[in-house]
Design a protein around this ligand. Structure first.
Ligand SMILES: Cc1cc2nc3c(=O)[nH]c(=O)nc-3n(C[C@H](O)[C@H](O)[C@H](O)COP(=O)(O)OP(=O)(O)OC[C@H]3O[C@@H](n4cnc5c(N)ncnc54)[C@H](O)[C@@H]3O)c2cc1C
Length: 416
């Protein structure tokens, strides 16, 4: 007897897989999501939970190669590359370096801002429509500076973002400190992005899974997919719990996507970009909105339920180690800026792998080599921010609806 057959099998229950599942269910499709662990236990768990059209500029920017080389010799720098013999990583870096120019920066900023702006609005709609209890708040976000040269650079860049639909306000240091008693003296200025927002990412993912289940979808935990192939007018996934059949599959495995894709004959340039966070109980004096401590590239997010410091980008493969120097860098940065840099109790020390493509754009669309296989991966530093738009775009493409966004910039064919 054939095992049950689903309409769509979503492989990977992170924020991208679950957002895709929800949008597909809303479009009338039957969906099963399978995850090797608990849904939301990958990068979607301990990230900073900021929803940031402000972050539209990609990592590959003019000057980044020189900065990256300097940082290679600084163990607690925001970006770190562990030198190792890995041809895939060096190929990725070569493409990344080639994109560190003004024209490619603009192109990526444009395509990222379209996805981010759509997602920001859609997310607010989803929170209201599905009653997602995830500490979502539309407070904006501030970049805060203690170094004048950095402040001047980002104040100029913030102005450039207006043409991409991203508004900001540049604030003088003294004015800022008057309104933000949580910060120590020495802030020279800030850039406020009033359109940004925040949520608690573990709750958001849990809520997406709840709504998917309530609307008839299946979310299966502890089901690892080892391979996927097209089979009999659909797909067959080999899992550690036996085969799963469906008419179509969406591969949404975040940083793990290249492994499964390789078995399908696809070479996806996604590198794991490791980041860390520490979650504490809430200190008594906290900033009134999320902050990026920009000179140190550390993010501070405050919820009713806790307080998180997060950041750092480490290209060290799928290395599980918790690097104490890099975790310490989060606390050192917070101590420089905040009167109360952390809460009394540490609730969690965490690391996760961001799925990084060299152009900082996700891969969304049909596999170039398959009729029944779709890809939704490579969201880098912004998977939560881009989740609702990515899920909707996937559902639109898969159901043949005309999509709200032009899907061309996100196709895998761009890597050919
Ligand atoms: C420190 C840090 C801070 C960040 N801050 C932000 C932020 O403020 N805002 C923002 O928008 N983004 C942020 N990000 C990025 C964001 O976390 C990611 O872009 C996003 O979580 C990626 O989601 P995903 O669903 O693609 O991947 P994941 O969440 O990693 O999901 C992949 C899933 O696949 C499952 N899986 C793996 N292998 C298999 C298999 N063989 N079979 C079945 N299942 C499998 C895993 O268990 C996992 O649940 C941050 C990331 C980090 C590390």
């Amino acid at each position: 007897m054939n095992p049950p057959r689903d309409e769509v099998l979503v492989i990977g229950g992170g924020v991208i897989g679950l957002a895709t599942a929800l949008a597909l269910i809303e479009a009338g499709r039957g969906v099963r999501v399978v995850d090797a662990g608990k849904p939301g236990s990958g990068a979607s768990h301990g990230n900073c939970g900021t929803i940031t059209p402000s972050h539209a500029p990609p990592l590959a920017a003019p000057g980044m190669v020189a900065l990256g080389l300097r940082w290679m010799f600084t163990p607690d720098a925001p970006l770190y590359l562990k030198p190792r013999l890995d041809p895939g990583l060096w190929r990725w870096l070569a493409h990344f370096a080639a994109r560190c120019n003004a024209a490619d920066w603009r192109r990526s900023t444009q395509s990222r801002s379209i996805l981010l702006n759509d997602s920001r609005q859609r997310l607010a709609d989803w929170v209201a429509r599905f009653g997602l209890q995830c500490e979502f708040a539309e407070q904006g976000l501030d970049y805060v500076f203690r170094q004048q040269a950095n402040f001047d650079h980002y104040a100029r860049q913030a102005g450039q973002l207006r043409e991409f639909g991203i508004g900001s306000e540049v604030l003088d240091g003294a004015d800022y400190l008057r309104d933000e008693p949580a910060l120590k003296p020495g802030v020279v200025g800030a850039v406020r992005f009033a359109g940004d927002a925040r949520l608690r990412p573990d709750r958001y993912v849990a809520e997406l899974a709840r709504v998917v289940r309530e609307r008839g979808g299946v979310v299966e935990e502890g089901c690892r997919v080892d391979s996927l192939q097209e089979h009999g007018g659909g797909v067959e996934a080999a899992t550690d719990r036996g085969p799963r059949h469906a008419r179509e599959a969406v591969v949404a495995l975040g940083a793990w996507t290249p492994g499964l894709a390789r078995g399908l004959g696809l070479r996806l340039p996604i590198q794991p970009g490791k980041g860390y966070s520490i979650t504490y109980s809430r200190p008594s004096i906290v900033p009134s909105r999320p902050l990026v401590l920009k000179d140190r590239s550390v993010c501070v997010t405050v919820w009713d339920s806790g307080f998180r410091l997060g950041s750092t980008m480490e290209f060290s493969g799928y290395d599980q180690a918790m690097n104490a120097t890099r975790l310490g860098a989060l606390e050192r940065a917070a101590s420089e800026y905040l009167h109360e840099p952390f809460g009394a109790q540490v609730q969690e020390r965490w690391h996760g792998w961001r799925p990084m493509t060299w152009d900082d754009l996700p891969v969304l669309g049909r596999s170039p080599r398959h009729r029944h296989v779709w890809l939704a991966a490579g969201h880098g530093m912004l998977g939560v921010s881009m989740s609702a738009a990515s899920g909707q775009l996937m559902a639109d493409l898969m159901t043949g609806r005309s999509p709200a966004l032009d899907p061309a910039p996100y196709r895998m064919e761009r890597f050919a």
